[in-house]
Ligand binder design. Structure first.
Ligand code: GDP
Ligand code: ZN
Length: 307
């Protein structure tokens, strides 16, 4: 049977087969995984072939890992050669952000988008808690949406409180496997609860303040919305920003710089102060948003001591 891994503890995997039956599976001992050296051979979102070990107890064995369309990894911090796969086979990387309570920084947003772009996964932003915004906040949010829409990032505004934009969110997720992320407290669980009756996520009713410093699990988990729509929740997504990237390649993951940079005088231009830099010209002409360029430079600097 073909199935999708919805949860992994490292030794046990929950696999959804026939679209809605779950089996608790272990991996066939001789299963060999080619390619990528990873700390976890099988990840949430992986498509696998399973055989039934015990039907009444819903126990199975993973016999084969099917090829991945894509995956998101983070490097194990201590052992650079081993990567940890956060999730696989993702159609859309969705970040839930808020203008207030808490405020999501543009730096965090851009880091997320750049990382998703580096794995060639389309991106979307959900601006939640719209009900809490005053005139000024609304104006700022609109400006941000303009920046990101130009970059082909799908943007929607929602309120889990008064259910505004929930239809748009459903449309966005329909037929896709969506990796959902965002700072704690932005309303991920509240939104997920609104779009699915199957899923009952615990919302953080305790204040963020009380939660600070509490260690949350970093394992991703997949939820089924309907036969062909899934959500992958990634509580430890902050680590998404830790992937290794060569300084030279960062601008490739800023879609507005990627094309333009071919015109730079120097082939290895980092778009800082080099002469004949077409990226800097585009910035001065307003074709590249200042915030995006600023975040590009901080990503570049943050990676000085890496490859
Ligand atoms: P998560 O940590 O991202 O899963 O966030 P939760 O869904 O647990 O929400 C955190 C808090 O924000 C809870 O108290 C929610 O009731 C509240 N919340 C979520 N969405 C909204 C919203 O759209 N508007 C308002 N005013 N509060 C919200
Ligand atoms: Zn340049």
């Amino acid at each position: 049977m073909k199935g999708i891994v919805s949860k992994s503890t490292g030794s046990w995997y929950i696999v959804i087969v026939n679209n809605n039956e779950s089996y608790r599976c272990r991996v066939r001992g001789k299963l060999r995984i080619k390619g990528l050296k990873t700390t976890n051979p099988i990840a949430v979102g992986d498509e696998v072939l399973v055989s039934v070990e015990n039907e009444s107890q819903k126990l199975g064995i993973i016999e084969e890992l099917l090829p991945r369309r894509n995956y998101i990894i983070r490097k194990a911090i201590k052992r650079a050669s081993h990567a940890h796969i956060i999730a696989a086979n993702i159609d859309l990387a969705l970040l839930v952000v808020t203008e207030v309570h808490p405020k999501t920084s543009l730096g965090f947003i851009d880091r997320f988008l750049v990382t998703a772009e580096s794995f060639r996964i389309p991106q979307a932003l959900v601006f939640n808690k719209r009900d809490l915004l005053n005139e000024e906040h609304l104006y700022i949010e609109k400006q941000k949406i303009q920046i990101y829409k130009k970059l082909n990032v799908r943007c929607i505004e929602t309120s889990a409180l008064n259910r505004a934009g929930i239809g748009d969110l459903k449309n966005l997720l329909e037929g896709q496997t969506t990796l959902i992320s965002g700072h704690s407290g932005v309303g991920k669980s509240s939104l997920i609860n609104l779009i699915s009756t199957d899923i009952d996520q615990k919302t953080n009713e305790i204040s963020d303040f009380a939660n600070k410093g509490v260690h949350t699990t970093t394992n991703a988990e997949m939820f089924r919305l309907n036969d062909h729509s899934f959500i992958i929740d990634t509580p430890g997504i902050k680590e998404l920003g830790l992937i290794d990237m060569k300084r030279q390649e960062i601008s490739d993951y800023f879609p507005e710089m990627r094309e333009i940079s071919h015109g730079c005088k120097f082939h290895n231009c980092l778009h800082l102060n080099e002469p004949g830099c077409t990226v800097k010209i585009a910035l001065e002409e307003g074709q590249i948003a200042e915030s995006r360029y600023h975040n590009y430079v901080s990503m570049l600097e943050g990676r000085d001591n890496r490859r």
